[in-house]
Ligand binder design. Sequence first.
Ligand code: FAD
Length: 428
Amino acid sequence: MAKPRRSKMMSLKLPFLLTLFLALSQAQPHSDDPPPPPSSNVCVIGAGIGGSSVAHFLRKYSPSSTPSTKIRVFERNGRVGGRIATVTVAGETFEAGASILHPKNLHTVDYVKILKLKVKEPTASEDSLSLGIWDGNKFVFKTVSPLSSTVPLIDKLLKLPFVNTLVSFVNSALMFVRYGFSLFKMQNFVEIAVDKFVKYYEDPGSRPIFETVDEMLQWAGLYNLTTRTLRDELVDAGLSTSLINELVTVITRINYGQSVSMSGLGGVVSLAGSGGGLWSIEGGNWQMAAGLINQSDVALHLHEEIKSVADLGDYYELNSTKGNSYRCEVAVVATPLDELDIQFIPPISIPERKLQHTFTTFVRGLLNPAYFGLKAVTKIPDLVGTIEDPELPFSCIAVLKKHNEKESTYKLFSRQPMADTLLDSIFR
Ligand SMILES: Cc1cc2nc3c(=O)[nH]c(=O)nc-3n(C[C@H](O)[C@H](O)[C@H](O)COP(=O)(O)OP(=O)(O)OC[C@H]3O[C@@H](n4cnc5c(N)ncnc54)[C@H](O)[C@@H]3O)c2cc1C
């Protein structure tokens, strides 16, 4: 049998909303200030969705009468998109970073329209993927798999929409039997928080301009979530221990590689990412960043890493690894500050935060049923989630595509890199 083909990636996972932006802006204009200089340079460090959005909104909100503002975007890699990226495994392309978008992520909904991108709707069988919760010895909970048959005609019948609906119905019933009304409490908890997030989309003219992230969170009523763990929030919301320790834990481990001891705010973002209506973009979500940059009249500097940012009073001086120097009236750091390799002059204070790295491993092959104590690979759920146990070597394993009976492409998330010997035991 062909050896599974693998590719590994190391990534730092942070929620879109929490990615830190440091806008270093010289003198905020006051009504009695002199008019702005005839032209200005804005330098953006990072061509991820943050940096590309900055370029887009700067153009959108700059009055057309403003004299030419030059926007430069610096990107240390040779491509835009940052942690929205695809990976090619054995000739097929899959999302490696941000793979799903929330229906209430209204900026992205807008980008798709402006950039005329095509939304990729999940197929009926993708919608009814089976889930199993693995504790290291057994599946403590399993939903039923979409039905299939090796006889083509029967297989076609089993793929009919009503059969999928039936499968979904059975799975909802199974969930209800295990977790009861706690499921509705969880849904309610998430809906309340998402409604608070949506407030940020209000027209900037009708809501305050925030000076700090704390202020921004206070305004929407989300700040308290940052001071408590997700577990404490969910206990107060009346969720059962089994729902918190199983399904909720599976979700936080999939989305952030963390347990329910994570921050309540990150936790609620994570839970929102497991709801319905999630979507993605045909051809790759990175096209949003590429499209915004293309549209925004930007000078894009690929393969150019910024090494230092010096505040020289009237302007900032940015120096790059290429030995170039740039003078900018405004500098935006559109990349997480935590692991940044930029020298700030004078130095700035970056509060220390503990981060969880997520390692992503792609495998084309077939899972080994014996690893899960099963006789047939068909008995393994499409999405294997895990409970919180330090002994477990992976957070989740998901089927990305079933090529045939002998080969599928899988994505694994883990807190440590997956050793080859371990992969050899999980896959056959
Ligand atoms: C595995 C994974 C799965 C995820 N899944 C989802 C999901 O399903 N849905 C979702 O909404 N979000 C998801 N996320 C989160 C989402 O990808 C990020 O929140 C978002 O992409 C962050 O965008 P950003 O522009 O703030 O930062 P980044 O994407 O990190 O962009 C920063 C850019 O800055 C560049 N850079 C850094 N330093 C310098 C320098 N000194 N000079 C020049 N360039 C520099 C970097 O190369 C990078 O391109 C996921 C993230 C990961 C890693």
